[in-house]
Write a protein that binds this ligand. Structure first.
Ligand code: PGA
Length: 253
């Protein structure tokens, strides 16, 4: 049985006080209202991690994740944060390859492969983002494009490593735009990605990997999006900044 997962990506929002208040609202609601079979992950900015981690620790249903990490162990990389540091504050997941990092910080498939390696080496789990631009969607080459992102950053892994990967398909044209992929578009891509994983690792193995959808997911469309047989949950941006909306999305399963 694949894990159902809903992860909140706060991006660069909320000061520490606001972040603590949002996290405690979410943790309380999740504990009271959400079924045990859904894994909830909060990915606040780095400086919130320790405080949010403390709130989560008593919960049992909610986990802590970061939005990025550096690909090196430690050393002279001013302004960067290592996986060891993330681990020391209780992080279990790290979002890697978000389209904003690919676009604004020029993260390539190759650099992401190195980040994936160090995250796995330290015992954390990557939430690996992939997705195409509108241009590529319109050209019709989106399956090949996204499959290549997966191949180049993840296909050097063996099964033992890969079973710790969560994939998040996030079409760039749907992120923060209010225009979500239709449930058919999401299901088509998720099924293709699973097929791609099956071509490398076999279908039994591919069936165990959770693939999340991200891009303008909200309480009003989550149920329909999550109904796709290959859609195992969501990576939520804007709607994860309001406790009720985020928890309503989690309850859409
Ligand atoms: P959005 O962002 O839900 O605000 O579209 C999703 C994401 O970037 O992970």
């Amino acid at each position: 049985m694949r894990k159902k997962i809903v992860a909140g990506n706060w991006k660069m929002n909320k000061n520490l006080r606001e972040g603590i208040s949002l996290a405690s609202e979410i943790v309380n609601m999740v504990d009271d209202e959400v079924m045990d079979d859904v894994t909830v992950i909060l990915n606040p900015p780095y400086i919130h991690l320790e405080s949010v981690g403390k709130l989560i620790r008593g919960s049992g249903k909610t986990y802590l994740g970061a939005q990025n990490c550096n690909e090196n162990d430690s050393g002279a990389f001013t302004g960067e944060v290592s996986v060891e540091m993330l681990k020391s504050v209780g992080c279990e997941y790290v979002i890697l390859g978000h389209s904003e990092r690919r676009e604004f910080f020029k993260e390539s498939n190759e650099i992401l492969a190195r980040k994936v390696d160090i995250v796995l080496e330290k015992g954390l789990k990557p939430i690996f983002c992939c997705g195409e631009s509108l241009d590529i969607r319109e050209k019709g080459t989106y399956v090949a494009y996204v499959s290549k992102q997966i191949t180049e950053s993840l296909f050097h892994l063996d099964k033992e490593q890969f079973k710790n990967i969560v994939i998040a398909y996030e079409p760039i044209w749907a992120i923060g735009t209010g225009v979500n992929a239709s449930s058919e578009q999401a299901q088509e891509m998720h099924a293709s990605l699973r097929q791609h994983l099956a071509s490398k690792f076999g279908s039994e193995f591919a069936d165990e990997i959770s693939i999340l959808y991200g891009g303008s997911c909200k309480p009003s469309n989550a149920k329909e999006l999550f109904a796709g047989p290959d859609v195992d949950g969501g990576l939520i941006g804007g709607a994860s900044l309001k406790a009720k909306d985020f928890v309503d999305i989690i309850k859409s399963f």
